[in-house]
Write a protein that binds this ligand. Structure first.
Ligand SMILES: Cc1cc2nc3c(=O)[nH]c(=O)nc-3n(C[C@H](O)[C@H](O)[C@H](O)COP(=O)(O)OP(=O)(O)OC[C@H]3O[C@@H](n4cnc5c(N)ncnc54)[C@H](O)[C@@H]3O)c2cc1C
Length: 306
């Protein structure tokens, strides 16, 4: 129930203005977002790299409706990749992009062209791009764009969401040599017709998908904070005899940092997804939707605003 309220709020521009203007918002955002500028992104990346963790930087923004904004997002990524390279942070740091921030809602071709330019900048910087998964209405278009990007940049990563009923089939298609696939549960509100609704069904789907990816020939990126799924992934990696450079764990910035450190200390490859930028509203609402404790934290901060 609370989850659907926050996911609905993620799409409300009226609420967005209200929350963004609340002085307390900054403190809450700081827990999940590295900061608003390039320097903040680089500082967070440096700290994580010094701790032996990989990084995927996400320049916040989504559902862009103007060509100018899509162009600005592309330029922000190209500038980011130049700075990462200059700071010696590649290949430890890669980038995650949302096609909707690159104009996918205006025109697929526009988003593809911008994503292609970002992949080219990443290749020049010695690193890679992973294309985030968004609402199910965009899944076909997104996977097609990733397939086209992979013709020129084979290391481009795809993201699959275990809550979608189609995802087992997508895993089968993508579990091929050289294919990087991030498996997550899925953060968007989706109808029953296309997505599993109960947490148990989503978890069961996650395990089926994980089995396909771990037994396949690609590079699975296990994106979850769920202790049970992490234990299952560790087990599958052992069962399928994968060494530490043949899969990785991924978690979000500010969530379960001790677990990130524990896995890395245990010899696993761990990458942290680091969002930065001013357009944090949709991202924050999805994080609040995921966990009641985060909502309590948000409520306490609002209550103590005087
Ligand atoms: C690296 C990465 C990239 C992602 N990319 C995408 C994407 O492209 N598209 C997409 O739809 N989704 C994406 N997600 C989000 C994902 O779909 C889930 O919504 C999110 O990871 C929460 O699910 P969970 O697997 O961690 O399990 P949950 O069942 O939500 O959580 C398990 C446990 O993890 C901890 N935890 C989980 N979430 C939080 C939180 N917000 N705050 C504090 N503790 C928490 C708690 O201990 C909780 O009990 C990504 C997630 C990660 C880690």
């Amino acid at each position: 129930m609370l989850r659907s309220v926050f996911l609905a709020a993620a799409g409300s521009s009226r609420l967005e203005r209200l929350v963004e203007s609340a002085p307390v918002a900054k403190g809450i955002v700081r827990r999940f977002v590295a900061g608003s500028g390039l320097d903040d992104a680089l500082r967070a990346a440096r700290e994580l790299a010094d701790d032996g963790l990989g990084i995927s930087l996400d320049y916040l923004g989504e559902d862009t409706l103007t060509a100018e904004q899509a162009q600005a997002t592309r330029e922000a990524y190209v500038a980011l990749l130049g700075r990462l390279r200059g700071a010696g942070l590649t290949p430890a740091a890669e980038v995650s992009v949302k096609l909707s921030a690159l104009g996918q809602l205006i025109d697929d071709k526009l988003a593809y062209d911008h994503a292609h330019a970002i992949c080219a900048a990443a290749a020049e910087a010695g690193t890679t791009v992973t294309v985030d998964a968004e609402s199910h209405q965009t899944t076909d278009s997104t996977l097609e764009i990733v397939a086209n990007l992979r013709k020129d940049f084979p290391a481009t990563g795809a993201v699959l969401q275990a809550h979608l009923r189609r995802t087992e089939g997508d895993c089968r298609e993508l579990a091929t040599a050289g294919s990087r696939v991030r498996l997550c549960k899925g953060a968007y509100a989706e109808p029953e017709s296309v997505a599993f609704q109960s947490a148990l069904d989503v978890d069961k789907s996650y395990v089926r998908c994980l089995n396909i990816l771990m037994s396949g020939e690609g590079y699975p990126m296990v994106a979850t904070h769920d202790p049970r799924l992490i234990a299952i992934a560790e087990d599958r990696a052992r069962w399928f005899d994968r060494s530490a450079d043949e899969y990785e764990f991924q978690m979000l910035y500010g969530i379960r940092p001790e677990e990130q450190a524990r896995l890395a200390a245990g010899g696993h490859t761990v990458r942290v997804y680091v969002p930065y930028g001013d357009q944090w509203y949709g991202y924050l609402m999805r994080r609040l939707a995921e966990r009641p404790a985060n909502v309590a934290f948000f409520g306490r901060a609002l209550a103590s605003r005087k």
